[in-house]
Design a protein around this ligand. Structure first.
Ligand SMILES: [Zn+2]
Length: 77
């Protein structure tokens, strides 16, 4: 079975924006959450945005809460 090799093209060495600015992740702040979502309203990978593991977890939870409250969409087609 051939092994599928997936190459990530978008890498960043930028430090976590939440660690550097000590900003608080708020599920009610839909505008800032949208920056960490893709064009199809998916949650962006931390590899792409440079968010650290701790903040990526908090961010994902905040986006899921905001989706439930219909502040951000589940999907954009
Ligand atoms: Zn962080």
């Amino acid at each position: 079975m051939a092994r599928y090799q997936y190459q990530e093209t978008t890498k960043t060495n930028a430090p976590c924006s939440f660690c550097t600015t000590s900003a608080i992740i708020d599920y009610k702040d839909a505008e800032s959450l949208r920056k960490f979502m893709s064009g199809q309203a998916k949650i962006s990978k931390k590899r792409k945005t440079g968010t650290c593991t701790k903040h990526q977890r908090e961010l994902a939870q905040a986006i899921k809460r905001a989706r439930f409250l219909a502040l951000v969409p589940y999907v954009i087609r």
